[in-house]
Design a protein around this ligand. Structure first.
Ligand code: HEC
Length: 173
């Protein structure tokens, strides 16, 4: 009985300390200051495991289709480049100011399967600035973007520039 009462007291004290901390306003929510290591560890575990869980049953179509890649490029330039940058192109001021930082998607495409790239592009990521494009784009359009992302790791800045020049003024519906 004593043991149960002691445990309940410890739980109540920890919960009260947590609430006092939450309401104190001392956690610095500024995007200029990185999270502490424990918060970062928790966010990364939550994000990585969620992305894996929700994308594992998605089956990718054939992404080796040059018209898909081309449409994907137009979407990428219009909607992703500003935050994520591109070969030879830095992230914009918006991308530079975000925390967490929008990663270089050439690295992400090497590390993640197409199903995960698709799921993230469609659903976005809560509280990071990564938008959910599934609200405005069909699955087909999102696969076009993934087809382009798959080409990013081997794309030079000259190749990106060529694509950019060849499609000046062209945008996507
Ligand atoms: C307004 C800024 C913004 C725009 C626009 C944006 N993203 Fe992101 N994106 C982010 C941020 C910030 C993250 C980092 C999220 C995190 O750390 O969990 C991210 C993460 C990602 C990731 C996960 C990468 C990884 O290695 O974990 C993918 C994939 C991604 N974005 C794809 C896209 C695509 C494709 C587009 C365009 C269709 C796009 N994003 C447009 C801000 C943006």
């Amino acid at each position: 009985m004593k043991y149960i009462i002691r445990t309940l007291i410890v739980i109540a004290v920890v919960a009260a300390a947590g609430l006092i901390f939450l309401y104190s306003g001392t956690y610095n929510i500024s995007a200029m200051v990185p999270h502490n290591k424990i918060t970062l560890w928790m966010i990364h575990r939550l994000t990585d495991n969620s992305e894996e869980h929700y994308s594992k049953n998605i089956v990718a179509p054939n992404l080796n289709d040059s018209s898909m890649v081309m449409t994907g490029f137009l979407h990428y330039r219009e909607m992703c480049q500003t935050c994520h940058g591109a070969p030879g192109i830095e992230r914009s001021e918006i991308g530079k100011g975000l925390y967490p930082h929008p990663p270089n998607l050439a690295h992400s495409a090497k590390e993640m399967p197409p199903s995960m790239l698709f799921w993230i592009t469609k659903n976005g990521i809560k509280m990071t600035g990564m938008p959910a494009f599934g609200k405005t784009h069909t699955d087909d359009k999102i696969w076009d973007i993934v087809a382009f992302l798959e080409k990013l790791p081997n794309m030079t800045k000259e190749q990106y520039q060529l694509l950019d020049d060849a499609t000046k003024g062209k945008s996507v519906e």
